[in-house]
Design a protein around this ligand. Structure first.
Ligand code: GUN
Ligand code: ZN
Length: 434
């Protein structure tokens, strides 16, 4: 077994329901060879109890649960950072031309390496990944995630209208290709399959029905799509689905809204949609840098929380501006500040919760990851800035672990992530055995 020594912070008790940050300063975690945390406590007493175990010294900086990204687009790694366009124009001019390139599986394999490396380097250990419109590319993504060991839920993205034609499928092809991919990958080691219509705007009812059929056919599949991101998009969906009361109904009508459903954005929900999301136990992935970059709007977090809708964080790469969930957390905080009295003031504990425990819960993995508790797997990120950097100085001068965590969200970047583990195995960076 391995004894990790460091300052461990996590949020097993939800700060949105009165919980506070859990702090183990100069603590120890005992991890078994399968990667499961077997004991935790103060360093001195745990070292005395486990004198024979190998020690990994993670002092300096902070050790947090592995970060959970509930919305990130595999084919968009190479187009991060396009500025100045709203959603539909950005899709047409920037995202979709790149997505079309993944028809070439060789190209897709390179992008898969970029994506998995980008996630792991940022401290993300679990991700719900919007796949590609091409089955070969989705296969390449799972192959790379599986090789590295990240926890990835992903699938074939399907569309049959509105977008450029080289991305179109048919209901029959979507079903057949999805079924083959799901049978190959769902439940294999850390991989899981998700059914993914791109958004109602690009899907006919027949295609959404084929998505529902696939979800019925294979036990335990996940579902993800986009919802209420941009006002022009919402209006266009209203025109295409004139019988639907609102955007969520376009999915609900096909039985696609449930506990294993994660909807990205929901910046412009109606009251009824919040009520229905909550009743269904569905989750919303809040993607604050994307919403800011595309000018989509300010996310009504307070309304989600008050309606009991589950919310977690997503990077939404490539409309989002990078893989770092520290940046997403900071931007989420900014947004709530900008909403004034309508906003929900967030503490560092809220941000950590949104980036870890809430994501694990949204993805049905709350018993496995998202916190550093006994019985959970050791998925972790060691934030350890280089000496003399602003974050290093800030952490050294923090007056409490809570303050240190706020500074980590304010200043932390991928460059400050020294190492990332999934189930006790290093997936990025590294740490020295003492
Ligand atoms: N809606 C449909 N496709 C996309 C996408 O790729 N990014 C974002 N942000 N919204 C979408
Ligand atoms: Zn998206």
């Amino acid at each position: 077994m391995t004894l990790y020594r460091g300052t461990f912070l996590d949020t097993p008790a939800d700060p949105f329901s009165g919980g506070t940050l859990r702090v183990e300063e100069d603590g120890a975690l005992l991890v078994d060879p399968a990667g499961v945390i077997r004991d935790r406590g103060g360093w001195e007493s745990r070292r005395a109890a486990y004198q024979q175990e190998e020690v990994v010294d993670l002092r300096g900086g902070l050790v947090l649960p592995g970060l959970v990204d509930t919305h990130v687009h595999f084919p968009q790694v190479r187009v991060i950072g396009a500025l100045g366009m709203p959603l539909l124009e950005w899709l047409e001019r920037c995202a979709l031309p790149e997505e079309a390139r993944l028809a070439d599986t060789g190209y897709a394999e390179g992008v898969a390496v970029d994506l998995v490396r980008g996630l792991a380097a940022a401290g993300t250990t679990t991700a719900l990944v919007f796949g590609s419109h091409f089955a070969g590319a989705v296969d390449a993504l799972f192959t790379e995630a599986d090789r590295v060991g990240l926890r990835v839920t992903s699938g074939l993205v399907v569309s049959d209208r509105v977008l450029r034609e080289d991305l179109f499928t048919t209901p029959e092809r979507a079903h057949a290709e999805g079924l083959e991919l799901a049978r190959r990958w769902h439940g294999l080691r850390r991989n899981r399959y998700a059914v993914i219509p791109r958004f109602s705007l690009s899907c006919t009812d027949a295609l959404l029905a084929s998505c529902a059929a696939l979800q019925e056919e294979v036990e335990g599949l996940w579902f993800t799509s986009h919802l209420n991101e941009n006002v022009v998009e919402v209006d266009a969906v209203r025109v295409l689905f004139e019988d639907a009361d609102h955007y969520l109904h376009t999915y609900a009508e096909h039985g696609l809204v449930g506990r294993r459903s994660v909807f990205a954005h929901n910046v412009h929900p109606t009251h009824s949609e919040l009520v229905e999301l909550s009743a269904a136990g569905a989750s919303v992935s809040h993607c604050p840098t994307s919403n800011s970059a595309l000018g989509s709007g300010l996310f009504p977090l307070r309304a989600h929380v008050e309606h009991g809708v589950r919310v977690a964080l997503g990077s939404d790469v490539g409309a989002g501006t990078g893989f770092s969930l520290f940046k997403e957390g900071l931007q989420a905080y900014f947004m709530q500040q900008l909403l004034g009295a309508e906003g929900l003031p967030l503490t560092a504990a809220h941000l950590l919760h949104l980036a870890t425990t809430a994501g694990a819960d949204a993805l049905g993995l709350g018993d496995v990851v998202g916190q550093l508790s006994v019985g959970h797997e050791f998925d972790a990120v060691w934030l350890r800035p280089a000496e003399g950097t602003t974050l290093d100085v800030a952490l050294r001068h923090a007056h409490s672990p809570e303050e240190a965590l706020a500074k980590a969200f304010a200043l932390g970047t991928t460059a400050d992530v020294r190492a990332t583990w999934v189930a006790g195995g290093v997936v990025s960076g590294g740490a020295v055995v003492a």
